[in-house]
Design a protein around this ligand. Structure first.
Ligand code: SAH
Ligand code: F3S
Length: 453
């Protein structure tokens, strides 16, 4: 007698962190698929729930603990539910997660994401909960990834380095992701080619401190050289990279950006603060004047470049005067985008030894003040684009109004299209007809005819 095959088991992966974290999640998803798992439509309907975690701020970790609490309820009703935790919090807390959250079956650290799928199956077999952690500063080879399992077909993320060898005083990344370890050029290019072959036209190179890529490799290749190689890969139309720290940016990189048309004129260039005293306490290795000088270099060498930043308010000891220096930098630099964070103490970092003495309400009001200034700057920058022609890479339905498609311009500004126009992965040229709070409204019908300037 024939019996029907059991339905495939369903996995739900939820990310809490940065792009590197999303990329590791894509790897785990590909590996699970290879082993017969299919994506679950929601966490509730999943046989396996994976939390892909972040440790950069306490808040990100709190969210995961509370989600684990909620899952514990479900596991009481359904003991076959499997739960795994991967990423930076898994690395930081390690075994403690198994102790504190009996709902968790598998914990894998930042350099063990390649083992997640296998360990899940091991737990199924043995019933024994496991953790897999490794000193994040050891050597590391990127496991070969199934590039056909990705969030967006047209966008391919590629990790070019792991870890970071700086020690910014607030930052937990070096301890959870280890010292910098670069991936070699051949392996990067091989993955880029496979991504392009699978339909990725935008390549996003990822590294915590990407400007220093190559320093740990024989012959010390450099990021500008790598960009030139990626630029030659057939099918690649847009190249972006993250994150450019001001302490390590070099002029040849800016020149390469100016010269290579497929490297997009957009730089994530985190200033963190505008006060020299605070920058010193953060161990950032540059001061305000140096940052502004680099902004000038970038704008001179990459015409029309847009810059984005991360900023931290409420760092230990931040006085009114120091905060004013941060606020004034927002108006002076005019970033197209600013990610603004309230300082959060991270155990084991140098800043954890300083008193977290800016009261929460003050952090909140400073955060709001920076956001308000930034919104004004952003609105003006977007308004200045009205009437210009842009190229939009369509990502998918707009979050706010799903009947319209949204995407990004070369400058990484958010653009929405009229209803009915465009589909995910398409490149559309059009004229900016209007700018609202954070968005350019682009009309493809208003583009100049092809062939005309
Ligand atoms: N070089 C990394 C930085 C990762 S952390 C990169 O790829 O961007 C991302 C941002 O989080 C940092 O730029 C910083 O602005 C913010 N951040 C890091 N540690 C923080 C902390 N302890 N409290 C608040 N914000 C923090
Ligand atoms: Fe963190 Fe500074 Fe490195 S922000 S990731 S220690 S450059």
């Amino acid at each position: 007698m024939e019996t029907a095959a059991p339905p495939p088991r369903r996995a739900w992966i939820e990310a809490f962190g940065c792009q590197t974290n999303l990329l590791d999640g894509e790897f785990a998803a590909g590996d699970l698929r290879r082993r017969g798992w299919v994506p679950a439509p929601s966490a509730e309907e999943a046989d396996l729930v994976v939390f892909n975690t972040c440790s950069v701020r306490q808040h990100a970790e709190d969210k995961v603990w509370s989600r684990l609490g909620a899952l514990a309820e479900r596991k009481r009703r359904d003991p076959s539910l499997l739960v795994a935790v991967m990423g930076c919090m898994a690395q930081r807390e390690g075994e403690e997660i198994l102790r504190r959250a009996p709902v968790v079956d598998v914990v894998v650290g930042t350099r063990r994401y390649g083992d997640l799928a296998r360990l899940v199956e091991e737990v199924e077999g043995t019933g024994r909960r496991v953790s897999a952690l490794r000193d994040p500063s050891g050597g590391f080879e990127e496991p070969v990834r199934d590039v056909t399992v990705r969030e967006q077909v047209h966008r391919g993320w590629v990790s070019v380095m792991r870890g970071c060898s700086h020690r910014c005083s607030y930052c937990v990344v070096p301890s959870v992701r280890g010292r910098q370890f670069d991936r070699d050029e051949a392996s990067i290019l091989e993955e880029v080619r496979r991504l392009a072959g699978d339909g990725a036209t935008e390549i996003f190179l990822l590294g915590q401190n990407i400007n220093t890529w190559g320093r740990t490799l024989p012959g010390r290749p450099t990021l500008p050289a790598l960009l030139r190689r990626v630029h030659e890969v057939p099918g690649v139309r847009r190249i972006r990279f993250l994150t450019s720290n001001p302490m390590d940016i070099e002029i040849p990189l800016l020149d390469a950006m100016g010269e290579l048309p497929r490297v997009m004129p957009y730089l994530h260039f985190p200033a963190q603060h505008g006060s020299d005293a605070v920058l010193r306490r953060m161990y950032r290795g540059y001061d305000r004047a140096r940052y502004l000088e680099l902004v000038g270099e970038a704008r001179a060498r990459v015409p029309g470049i847009e810059l984005a930043t991360d900023l931290i308010v409420g760092f230990p000891g931040e006085t009114e005067e120091e905060f004013a220096a941060l606020l004034s930098l927002v108006r002076e630099v005019r970033w197209t985008m600013a990610f603004v964070f309230k300082y959060s103490v991270r155990p084991g970092t140098a800043a954890a030894a300083l008193p977290d003495d800016v009261p929460e309400p003050v952090k909140s009001s400073r955060h709001a003040a920076v956001m308000a200034a930034q919104s004004e700057v952003e609105a003006a920058l977007l308004a200045a684009r009205v009437g210009t022609e842009v190229e939009v890479l369509v990502d998918g339905p707009s979050a706010k109004r799903p009947e319209r498609m949204a995407g990004r311009t070369a400058h990484h500004q958010l653009a929405v299209l009229p209803e009915g126009a465009g589909g995910p992965g398409e490149y559309l040229r059009g004229r900016v007809v209007r700018a609202t709070a954070r968005v350019l409204h682009v009309d493809p019908a208003a583009a100049a005819a092809p062939g005309r300037p």
